[in-house]
Design a protein around this ligand. Structure first.
Ligand code: SAJ
Length: 449
């Protein structure tokens, strides 16, 4: 009589994933982890854990704290199979653990992997044979093996053999109405072929756009970091061209529009006041840091960071020039910063270029006011600035500096800019036609123009 071969624990997990019985644990319920938890809760039981008790409390009340996720979506998730654990030990009986925690930079500008380290400590405590562990947080190649591989080994298990381990980069684009988790291809790379396969089967359950398998975790990590470096470098290139064309009297925006008519080999990026958010200004520094450990100084990455950082100062210089041209005494001037979110139509002000622009302006003009239709306030090195009513701006400001291209500002006509004292406009996002603004008697300064 043949004794049925006791199914390998990882194969049991695989079977539960494919039958929909698997229980999925998500560590980190921010702008990456929460949409993922809700997407999976349509098909699986999901337990979410976040170290921030305030977030757990809000979610339990069916409330969202993420721009792109409504309270209704959270309530629906709770109605499906989404549960919030206040104690990570509840994740112990999950079949799958997915980690979606922040990867910021520390004060020195070096990678801060403390959130991943903390999550790895949790994994060490809850991991058991047969589990699938996936990291989604953007980091330098080698992080998954270095942190989660090590945690699994510290728990006395072997990645690949006892526990499937993979990296699958998040591609969440805040404010993007067109692309989300379901219709954006998902890249997956595991410590071994089986880990890649099982993780791919898991994501195939929710990602209609398909899963892209790569040979290992480091390759998958490199894919994500290249995507964001590509963006950062191309934004820096067009920022540098804008600085050149300003001096040559060429309209950079007209140039980009025309160059975009080429049906191949050109991708439009746009100049601006600098690059914000938790990804583009930070992720490239992760590879830069790692490259130096391999004896390579990545000049492109570092230079593009410098150029994008300079655009904040350039915005302040343009403001000073506009005040001068308008005959305004800068020490008596009130300047309004229009838009503090790091990009259009979102409320997120993380790493927003507006913070340093406000800091520098505060040292050079009498008063800085802030307006933003989405973000209530912004914290800067010189204090927190609350968004004030447009009425107050138009009654008190001498100069309007447009930093974020919110739709509300795109709808403004030059005559709408004629506040009681407004004499000058600084346009970092090509929101207005310079001649039309000058025609209503205002001084116009614009990035790339
Ligand atoms: N920006 C420009 N010029 C441009 C495009 C953007 O100045 O042509 C500025 C924006 O105003 C903003 C910053 O760059 O301040 C970043 O904006 P973004 O829309 O490029 O990026 P994020 O940080 O909101 O999201 C990025 C996206 N990455 C890429 O597009 C390659 C998103 O797909 C990633 O998932 C996300 O980073 C992430 O989480 O990594």
């Amino acid at each position: 009589m043949t004794v049925p071969k006791k199914k390998d624990p990882i194969e049991q997990t695989r079977a539960r994933i494919n039958s929909g019985d698997a229980k999925i644990g998500i560590i980190g319920l921010g702008y990456v982890g929460l949409p993922l938890a809700l997407a999976f809760s349509d098909k699986f039981r999901v337990i979410g854990y976040d170290a921030d008790a305030k977030k757990s409390k809000m979610l339990k009340q069916g409330k969202s704290y993420i721009d792109d996720i409504s309270d209704k979506a959270v309530k629906e998730g709770l109605g499906n199979g989404f549960r919030i654990a206040e104690d990570y030990s509840k994740l112990r009986d999950c079949d799958v653990i997915i980690i979606c925690v922040p990867t910021p930079l520390d004060k020195r500008g070096y990678p801060d992997l403390s959130y991943i380290a903390h999550s790895s400590d949790i994994v060490e405590k809850i991991v058991r044979k047969g589990m699938l562990v996936v990291l989604e947080s953007t980091s330098y190649p080698g992080t998954t093996d270095e942190y989660l591989g090590r945690a699994i080994r510290r728990a006395g298990l072997t990645p690949g053999k006892d526990v499937a381990l993979a990296f699958s980069p998040e591609r969440v684009d805040p404010g993007n109405k067109k692309y989300g988790i379901r219709n954006t291809p998902k890249v997956v790379g595991g410590v071994d072929a089986r880990s890649t396969e099982i993780a791919s089967e898991l994501y195939s359950a929710i990602v209609e756009a398909g899963v892209v398998r790569v040979r290992d975790c480091s390759t998958a990590e490199a894919v994500k970091i290249v995507e964001n470096i590509f963006r950062g470098v191309n934004i820096a290139l067009i920022n540098e061209l804008a600085l050149i064309f300003e001096r040559m009297g060429i309209d950079t925006w007209e140039v980009i529009k025309a160059a975009s008519t080429k049906p191949f080999a050109f991708m439009a990026h746009y100049p601006g006041p600098g690059v914000g958010g938790h990804c583009i200004p930070l992720d490239p520094m992760y590879l830069s840091y790692k490259a130096k450990q391999y004896g390579m100084v990545p000049r492109f990455i570092e230079l593009s960071h410098e150029v994008n950082e300079f655009m904040k100062h350039h915005t302040v210089n343009l403001t000073m020039a506009a005040l001068k041209k308008a005959g305004l005494d800068k020490e008596k001037a009130t300047v309004a910063v229009m838009g503090v979110a790091y990009k259009k139509d979102i409320s997120d002000t993380r790493e927003s270029p507006a913070a340093e622009i406000i800091e520098e302006l505060s040292k050079r003009v009498q008063r800085v006011l802030v307006h933003d239709p989405k973000a209530e306030s912004i914290t800067t090195p010189v204090g927190t600035f609350k968004s004030v009513a447009m009425k107050k701006i138009m009654a008190e400001a001498d100069c309007l500096v447009f930093v974020t291209n919110h739709s509300q500002y795109e709808r403004l006509k030059p005559k709408d800019l004629l506040g009681k004292h407004v004499k000058a406009i600084v346009d970092t996002r090509n929101l207005f036609d310079s001649e039309a603004v000058e025609k209503v008697g205002l001084v116009y300064k614009g990035i790339g123009k």
